[in-house]
Design a protein around this ligand. Structure first.
Ligand code: IMP
Length: 203
């Protein structure tokens, strides 16, 4: 049985503005006030695991312990079939420049690696999101969401963040970055994981 959520405040254990804004929007209908990790001056813990769930657990438990609030974390990324599932948990690392993150660099690397192995089209990929809700005393619940699609080149669209400009979700011909943000939320990996979270913890 999934533990129900009965608090008024939820700490979103992320420093990523895009993820925080999406979560505020997705949880609005349930009357939950979502607070960001930056607002609470929380440090970003090191993500030392090699799975989405392992890293999501690190982030949620660290935030819940530090604040005494139930904390929700998201560990997400993109897996590309023709690259054996890369970058996967290293999705953000591909954007690392030594001086902040550059997602044009990350998307270019993905494209170059696909070209190098002459990957056939469509170049199937999946955005994945693992949510962990941790309570301060140590209990947690895990929810997952997947958005299947394919990678395109060149980049298209100005909205969204991360790898959105090269990802066309299954059943669409626009990229995530060309979609209205709320439209994206309905079908995104995080949107799907949140649906599972809501079903488990609120319904
Ligand atoms: P995390 O913060 O360690 O979970 O890193 C996940 C990375 O995956 C982020 O830095 C994003 O670049 C990428 N990512 C996750 N979700 C999305 C999305 O909805 N659109 C585009 N990129 C995403």
């Amino acid at each position: 049985m999934t533990r129900k959520f009965s608090d008024k405040r939820l700490l979103m254990a992320t420093h990523n503005k895009g993820k925080l804004e999406e979560m505020i929007h997705l949880l609005e209908p349930f009357g939950v006030a979502v607070v960001g990790a930056a607002e609470m001056n929380l440090p970003e813990p090191e993500e030392t695991e090699d799975t989405f769930i392992g890293n999501a657990r690190i982030k949620a438990h660290a935030a819940a312990k530090a604040t005494g609030l139930p904390a929700l974390s998201d560990d997400s990324g993109i897996t590309i079939d023709a690259l054996g599932g890369a970058p996967g948990v290293y999705t953000a690392d591909w954007a690392e420049t030594g001086d902040g993150r550059d997602f044009v660099q990350a998307m270019t690397r993905a494209h170059n690696e696909l070209e190098a192995v002459s990957a056939p089209h469509p170049r199937l990929a999946q955005f994945r999101s693992t949510l962990v809700l941790a309570w301060p005393e140590g209990h947690d619940e895990v929810f997952e969401g997947i958005a299947p699609g394919n990678l395109v080149w060149p980049m298209r669209g100005k909205d969204g963040f991360g790898y959105d400009p090269v990802f066309v979700p299954e059943g669409y011909d626009v990229t995530f970055a060309e979609m209205d943000r709320w439209e994206k939320n309905k079908i995104s990996h995080r949107g799907r994981a949140v649906k599972a979270f809501v079903k488990g913890c609120f319904e």
